[in-house]
Write a protein that binds this ligand. Structure first.
Ligand SMILES: Nc1ncnc2c1ncn2[C@@H]1O[C@H](COP(=O)(O)OP(=O)(O)OP(=O)(O)O)[C@@H](O)[C@H]1O
Ligand SMILES: Nc1nc2c(ncn2[C@@H]2O[C@H](COP(=O)(O)O)[C@@H](O)[C@H]2O)c(=O)[nH]1
Length: 204
């Protein structure tokens, strides 16, 4: 039987740099993970494309996807729905390819329950003031939305200990190197466990 791919979940508070780190990871031609494009009811930001950055949906469409069980996880984050398409994730993993999710912490928690064999990485900011500064300088949200995201971030940071790894995003390239190293180590660990298991079966 084909060996399954790894489900890699990158999560962390809004503004920590998840999207920046993910784009940097995927800009390297030797990156072998597949990025799962999420569904959202958020309006596209300038330059964002449907089917590339997100699949943009109306609330009615999104609620229909929930009712039809088409989402592996979903969450309402600061007034908008976000969710991961289940078919894409299942088919890609079953095909032996690694899937990379970049999602907020409520969704990561749901996946931990449904898919405990996933690899869960929390991207942490160097400090709360740096987080605030990143959100402000990104310039994509109003002051009230930024305040809301920062308030949410305080609670999200408390969830850090539920993850397999915490990676500090002090420098984007350094954070990417750490993530690559974690994924590689996890593959090696799983290969060793698999080989050991097969050997045990041969002996018996
Ligand atoms: N290591 C870093 N050092 C300095 N600035 C950074 C770093 N990583 C990301 N940034 C900047 O921080 C801002 C927020 O980054 P980004 O949009 O990637 O965060 P995010 O976690 O994906 O946010 P959200 O969850 O709201 O989508 C951006 O302006 C980005 O350029
Ligand atoms: N639970 C999920 N969270 C998701 C998903 N896709 C993105 N996100 C996260 O939502 C927030 C806000 O994103 P933004 O693009 O509006 O800034 C951020 O933390 C994303 O990582 C998803 O499918 N499920």
């Amino acid at each position: 039987m084909k060996e399954k791919g790894l489900l890699i979940v990158l999560s962390g508070p809004s503004g920590v740099g998840k999207g920046t780190v993910r784009k940097e990871l995927f800009s390297h031609p030797n990156t072998t993970y597949e990025y799962s494009i999420s569904m959202t009811t958020r309006k596209p930001r300038e330059g964002e494309l449907d089917g590339f950055d997100y699949f943009f949906k109306t609330r009615e469409e999104f609620e229909q996807l929930i009712a039809q069980d088409k989402l592996l996880e979903w969450a309402e984050f600061v007034g908008n729905y976000y969710g991961t398409p289940v078919d894409y994730v299942r088919d890609t993993i079953n095909d032996g390819r690694d899937v990379f999710l970049e999602i907020e912490v409520q969704g990561a928690r749901q996946i931990r329950e449904k898919f405990p064999e996933g690899l869960f990485i929390f991207l942490a900011p160097p400090s709360l003031s740096e987080l605030q500064s990143r959100l402000v300088h990104r310039g994509t949200e109003s002051d009230s939305v930024i305040a809301n995201r920062l308030e949410t971030a305080r609670k999200e940071l408390e969830m850090m200990n539920l993850y397999d790894y915490v990676v500090e995003n002090d420098h984007v390239e350094r954070a990417c190197e750490r993530i690559h190293a974690i994924v590689l180590a996890e593959h090696l660990r799983r290969d060793r466990v698999e080989a050991r298991y097969k050997k045990m079966l041969e002996v018996e």
